[in-house]
Design a protein around this ligand. Structure first.
Ligand code: AMP
Ligand code: MG
Length: 527
């Protein structure tokens, strides 16, 4: 981190009039069956959110309810299929006790500072309490304009909602921390983008919707108050950090360095998250600070994608022209984002700024080794090695390099390799490459080095999915729903992605890489 970098905020923050913000009552229980009974974010300083009503929708229809998720959370699904739920989740009736809010946040988008982003098309209904006593946010996405919409219409297209639903379920199936999708509704409204689209709402759940950008917002707000010489309020960042610790990291409560520890724990979660993404070929696509969850869940599935053929510089997003968020750039970007978080927390580390910066730098320096450790450990599991040494590392890099040269499909390679470890012939694996002799030798070396015990084999199976959410299949599911009102491909993909290590032969085609005419080379935000 460069000293003084955080001063940027004082220069670029635009003030938002206080009339946007209404202080809400504290949490209330409702008397009906609606399980969304809490609104913890109302405990935050008033400037961190704005009361906001969803827009009315023409003819809402519940297309999909995630019964599996509700079951996992121990939440009775009957309310979710009721008329009352449809009305609430489509924005057509809002329970007095459960008035939604939109959260305020800032963010660096592709490196450029935006002082005010916030939920421009999302409404936080509140939290539900799981059978285990944990709280989960329930948020509507695509539910209309808020105070943070700027020029946007607050709506979501059916295509973007299907994409987020599928991709978040895919992440869950792969054991990667993620926001989830409780339900998908169509609204009956038309949403104008480059063409007219059916409108939809995603009912999203998450442990938290706080982002690095939330801290940047709180920091910028305090910075503004200082620069205008008004009475500085109690630091918004401190309130937000205390809230985050109380809600999500209570184990830090007693620490004498709890704010530094908060930075560390966010860093550790990001490091493991990014490693997990990369190990299945996932490219988030928009790792702006406003899309970085403070609890380390994958959030805001925009133009994200899983790569087919292995290429470390792979980018899908149509707007990422510089490759800022390419597959192999993700750890560096995560560290950059974490540094932005550290800047906001500096005043909480120590009264002496230089000392604070030093402490922050020390904690930030832990990120890359943590990422490397997670990534290398995962890679060893994928290859069935029980330890990492010079030989295994050399072979791993030769195999990856051969895959890159010959454009070999990342998922198919590791799945076939698992097959060979399980006793299948190596020929199918070798035939994926152009350099048959060279690769045959590498595979023989790998056979020598790999662990042969049943635990390692099982670990290898569990590290190498058979199926991922391939772009062309996601697109196929979207097209069928949007153009023919046919949700069967979407449901089928959902079912298969929930269990990506097991495959029924009837679903074989879903594991195949795209044919040349099926290839999706670019993905779009498609908001
Ligand atoms: P995203 O690219 O989805 O992470 O969104 C970046 C920012 O743009 C966030 O503040 C969103 O709330 C806002 N935004 C995205 N789409 C819309 C929309 N259709 N209407 C209003 N705001 C939007
Ligand atoms: Mg976002």
């Amino acid at each position: 981190m460069q000293s003084g970098e955080h001063k940027l905020f004082e220069l670029s923050y635009g003030f938002i009039g206080p009339n946007y913000f209404v202080i809400m009552n504290t949490n209330t229980d409702t008397s009906d069956d609606n399980p969304i009974r809490y609104q913890h974010y109302r405990d935050l300083p008033a400037e961190m959110f704005a009361e906001s009503m969803p827009s009315q929708t023409a003819s809402p229809t519940l297309i999909e309810l995630n019964e599996n998720l509700l079951e996992q959370l121990g939440i009775e699904s009957s309310w979710f299929v009721s008329q009352q739920a449809l009305s609430l989740l489509s924005g057509n009736s809002i329970n007095e006790d459960n008035r939604p809010i939109a959260l305020a946040y800032s963010g660096h988008q592709f490196g450029n500072w935006s002082a005010l982003l916030g939920d421009g098309r999302a409404h936080m209904l509140g939290q539900l309490k799981t059978a285990e006593g944990e709280y989960f946010d329930v948020q509507l996405k695509g539910s209309g304009r808020t105070q943070f919409s700027r020029g946007g219409d607050g709506r979501a297209t059916l295509g973007s909602v299907i994409r987020e639903y599928l991709l978040s379920e895919a992440m869950m199936g792969l054991g990667i921390p993620t926001t989830r999708s409780i339900a998908l509704l169509t609204t009956g409204d038309t949403v104008a983008r480059e063409k007219l689209n059916p409108g939809a709402i995603l009912v999203r759940s998450a442990q938290s919707h706080l982002r690095v950008g939330s801290f940047q917002f709180a920091h910028a707000k305090t910075a503004h108050l200082k620069s205008s010489q008004s009475q500085p309020s109690i630091s918004g960042v401190k309130a937000l950090a205390d809230f985050t610790i109380a809600q999500h990291f209570p184990e830090l409560e007693q620490s004498t360095s709890k704010y530094l520890d908060l930075l560390s724990v966010v860093g550790t979660r990001q490091a493991t998250l990014i490693a997990k993404w990369m190990l299945v070929g996932f490219i988030h696509g928009v790792m702006n600070t406003d899309n970085v969850s403070i609890v380390g869940e994958t959030i805001d599935f925009g133009p994200c994608a899983f790569m087919d053929e292995y290429n470390p510089q792979k980018v899908f997003s149509s707007i990422d022209t510089q490759g800022r968020y390419a597959w192999d750039q993700q750890p560096m970007i995560a560290q950059w984002n974490l540094t932005r978080l550290a800047e906001t927390l500096l005043p909480l580390f120590d009264d002496n700024e230089e000392k604070s910066i030093e402490m922050a730098q020390h904690r930030l320096s832990e990120f890359m080794p943590q990422f490397q450790k997670s990534f290398q450990t995962g890679l060893m599991l994928k290859l069935g090695f029980s330890e990492s040494n010079d030989q295994t590392q050399q072979l791993t890099s030769e195999l990856l390099s051969a895959m890159q040269t010959d454009g070999v499909d990342f998922t198919v390679f590791f799945n076939n390799l698992t097959g060979v470890a399980q006793g299948e012939s190596k020929q199918v694996l070798i035939n994926l490459f152009n350099d048959l002799d060279g690769v045959s030798k590498l595979v023989d070396q790998w056979q020598e080095l790999r662990a042969k015990d049943s635990d390692s084999l099982l670990a290898m199976r569990q590290a190498n999915p058979v199926v991922i959410a391939r772009n062309h299949q996601v697109q196929f599911a979207i097209d069928a729903a949007v153009e023919k009102n046919d949700f069967l491909p979407f449901r089928r993909l959902c079912r298969v992605l929930a269990n990506p290590y097991l495959m029924d032969s009837v679903d074989d085609e879903l594991m195949k890489p795209p044919k040349s005419e099926e290839r999706v080379t670019q993905t779009f935000c498609g908001t």
